[in-house]
Design a protein around this ligand. Sequence first.
Ligand SMILES: *Cc1c(COP(=O)(O)O)cnc(C)c1O
Ligand SMILES: [Zn+2]
Length: 424
Amino acid sequence: MHHLLGLCCTICGTEYAPDEVEYVCPRHGNDGILDVIYDYHAIRGEIAPGKLAASPERSIWRYLPLLPVDPAIARQLSAGTALGSVGWTPLYYAPRLAAPLGLKELWVKDDTRQPTASFKDRASAIAVVKARERDAAVVTTASTGNAAAALAGLCAAAGQRCVIFVPRTAPQAKIAQLLAYGATVLLVDGSYDQAFDLCLEAAEAFGWYNRNTAYNPYMSEGKKTAAYELCEQLWERGLAPPDVIVVPVGDGCIIGGIHKGLRDLLTLGWIDRMPRLIGVQAAGASPLVEAWEQGLEGWEMRPVAVHSIADSIVAGLPRDRIKALRAVRETGGAFVRVSDEEILAAIPMLARGCGVFAEPAAAAAYAGLVKGVEQGLIGAAERVVVLITGSGLKDVGSAIRATGCPPIIPPELRAVQQVWECLA
Ligand SMILES: *Cc1c(COP(=O)(O)O)cnc(C)c1O
Ligand SMILES: [Zn+2]
């Protein structure tokens, strides 16, 4: 079995046995997000850096002793399926991006290379295994698009039914993924926040297994695997952990998960200091930046109206706000905001600088890196990792807005010559 000891409320600190509560702290309702607690002593007996280095498993499942799932079910579902390809995404060295910023060392963690092309596969993979542990007939989630696509794709890999709630404004490519994977798709005529609340209600009414971000405590546990991977990938090259990790933030589950992964590694003694976490939000959807600037706690935040081209990070009341604020405060990090213009400009800059094509929310991390350097939050000699969380193919309209359209020419060599001379 797994090494779960219990679940601990992020508001009141009450601890529950793993089978005592399913999702949130009963005393705090939907705000009572839980932390997952492990038996690190037992984990140490099963996994160590040396053993890991020799592991042939190149996916999140290489960290099975550190995950909150039944290992037998995880192995069975992931063997030879798309579930078995989640994680262990590449970490690229990016000197041509680093140089203009005056940075010595920059790394790009490329999570566009997941089975459904976003970071969300890390969490949805855990949800599919948990649902099978419970023999759930249906899994459900609300999503701005990527969590839904991830759940739909990995459910398809496992032959599991799912019901998805997305705002009707979600980009076409993400909706197309849902439909192609065979999910039951409900396009909600409302915001992501409204879709989220409706999904919670439906899950309760119909007894569906609920994957919702920052409601299901196990989603952070899938997301934390990116922290393990990037530290391991730097070790492989004989390098110490990063000084700074830059993360795009909507609900805050990714940054909270990265923080959890790093805390696991510190507790296990595999790293000896905590990297600083820098969270990036779109200027039109930056409630966490504001809360951080004003010294507010997560439970003091109220919903605000939000808008940005970076649909995956638009949340008016970030669901994982407590963990997100903790991640930045406890690591001595920062929050920064970037405008939609900066996000759009970052798409071709990142693609040209290292060959990674990002959707707006993911490019926001790179725009945030630029801003963080400008604001003096990142030092020239520091080792920096920027997390690229979703593929540019998810939203080609935004990419083309940033790049403009190429010339249309008649099928004649003369026309090629004219264009070429113009360029030269
Ligand atoms: C979901 C998502 C994010 C933000 O993650 P949160 O956990 O909501 O903060 C960033 N980028 C992409 C591409 C995403 O899909
Ligand atoms: Zn509580």
